[in-house]
Structures are given as C-alpha cells and as structure tokens.
Ligand binder design. Structure first.
Ligand SMILES: [Cu+2]
Length: 308
C-alpha cells in the first residue's frame, strides 16, 4: 500500500502540515461565521414570524463594515505568512557542496537517478533512490527534450515539483526516518502514467557510504552487477513499454522470446527505426526512435536473450 500523509519523513513535512492545518481551521471558522448566522436569521425572520411587520431599513453601519474588512485582512495575512514560510523552506536550496546532488530524469514512463562518480570513478545509475538519513539531498530534475511534463511527488516527504523537458527544476529534502517511501508521477503523462513509480530508500549513513563507494548495483545485493544491456534497457525506458518476463502487452508488444523470432538486423531496425515494421495490432509513432551504436544494440539483444 502507498503511504500518504500518515507518514511524515522529512524536516519540511512539519512546516507543510502546519500551513495545511492552519488553512483548514481558519476556513472552518470562516465557514461557520457565515453559514451559522445565515441559518439563524433565516429561521428568525421566517415568513410566519414577520408577516406585516414594519422592519427598520438601515443603509450602512460603520462598525460592521470596518470589522468585515479588518478581520478577513488579518486572516489573509495569516494565510500568506504560513504559505510563504513553508514555501520558502521548501524552495531555498541548501549548499550544494555539503549536499548529495543526484540527477533525476523523468520520462515516459520511468524515473532514473544518476549519482556523481564515486572515488573509483564508478557512476551509479538506478531506478530507485538511495540516501543516508540526516543529510541534505538535492534532486536536479529534468526530462528529455522530446518528452512531456511529469511531476515528482513523494507524499511522505510532502514534496512535489514538475519535471519539465529541456529545463532543470530542483527539490531538496533531509529525511531522518529510515525506511522506504513511494514516489509517484503527479502530472498526467500518457498511457502508463499510473505505473510511473519509484522508491526512495533512507538508510544508515555507513550503509549508504559502503554502497556508494562500491560498484554494486543496490545496497545489500552483494554480487549483482548490472549488465550493460540491462542498464540500456532500463535507462532508455524500454521497461515502461515492453514486458520481457511474460506475454503481457504494456504499450508495445511483449519482447519475451523476440530474439528467437527475428534476426539481429530486423531487431536493430525495430529499435532505431521503429516505424518501418509495425507489428499487427500496434500503431506507428508511439515508440520513439533510439539512436544507438551497433555495440549498444548487441548489448541490448544479449540482455533480451538472457532475460527470457
Ligand atoms: Cu509522468
């Protein structure tokens, strides 16, 4: 199950929640102060009560007019202050030199994180985010130029910001709660929008450093080193549109058993020039053309062969 607002896992979350509840309670008070008197007067001056009665008609009341101008103004200032204060906390980036800065690419329909090179020069790339607790993390987010707008949303962190093609947007957080948190796409982006998930793992700093300085794919998975082909398959978002483990149709056909069905030349064409041969039941123009070298295509096909 997705955790939502029942979890509060960052330093910003308390600010956002405070602003939220202040808005709710002021709105409730405002609602009552209008609707309750209205109901009361509707009852008090009901037709049977005031028939043929002379009613005093007055045109203005200075005291009342000042009150209904000043009180809402004060309420608005309170709204403004809490909104401004939490917005400022959320939008003021911490010092990048003391933070972990991770590049995040959001595209149809996956999230991909790229870390800075570690001491061995190894660059971690992953579909899930691993961070140590108690440290500032900056996400430098973007989408490919031919993609659409997405939104990186972490309910437990009270974080949401658009990810826009050709533009860099940023978010930061500092989580003190060890655990795994859900990430969703909150901007409708097409067929598999509702599957555009990721996770953030907040872990002990020592565990994080041990993983970061290694070339292991994920913390804890000791011997799994990702093949080049798998990396290409995931970082290019093939997994968002093609199943390889079974026959299910996502956006494109399942690629299970595809390397036995076609020769390498056909498959290379299918990747770099997808509109040339379109299998029955599918439309051209959906799969983007990928510019890949022969070597990369070979790595990809090796992976497709072994993944079956
Ligand atoms: Cu999206």
């Amino acid at each position: 199950m997705l955790e939502g607002f029942n979890t509060s896992a960052t330093s910003i979350a308390a600010h956002i929640d405070q602003a939220f509840w202040i808005h709710i309670w002021i709105s409730v008070a405002l609602f009552c102060s209008v609707v309750l008197p209205m109901l009361y007067f509707a009852w008090k001056y009901r037709e049977s009560n005031v028939k043929n009665e002379e009613i005093e008609n007055f045109t203005h009341h200075t005291g009342l007019e000042i009150t209904w101008t000043v009180v809402p103004t004060i309420m608005l200032m309170v709204f403004f202050w809490y909104g401004y204060d939490s917005m400022k906390t959320a939008r003021t980036m911490p010092d990048a030199s003391t933070s972990i800065v991770v590049d995040l690419e959001g595209k149809k329909w996956s999230w991909n994180y790229t870390y800075p090179a570690n001491a061995n020069g190894y660059v971690h790339k992953s579909g899930e985010l691993f961070v140590p607790k108690g440290q500032n993390v900056i996400l430098s987010m973007s989408a490919p130029i031919n993609d659409v707008i997405h939104s990186y949303y972490v309910p437990a962190f009270r974080m949401k910001e658009d990810v826009v093609p050709g533009r860099v947007t940023k978010q930061w957080f500092n989580s003190d709660a060890i655990g795994t948190y859900d990430v969703e796409c909150a901007e409708y982006c097409g067929t598999r929008h509702s599957y555009m998930y990721s996770k953030i793992h907040v872990m002990e700093p020592a565990e994080y450093v041990a993983w970061f300085e290694s070339d292991k794919r994920t913390p804890g998975a000791e011997d799994v080193v990702i093949s080049k082909g798998q990396e290409l398959y995931e970082s290019n978002g093939c997994n968002g549109c093609h199943s390889i483990s079974d026959d299910s149709i996502l956006v494109g056909p399942s690629l299970k058993g595809i390397t036995a069905k076609y020769d390498a030349a056909y498959l290379k064409d299918a990747i770099v020039n997808p509109d040339k041969n379109v299998p029955e039941g599918f439309a051209p123009g959906v799969m983007p053309a990928f510019s890949m070298s022969d070597e990369e295509v070979a790595d990809l096909l090796d992976y497709l062969k072994t993944a079956e």
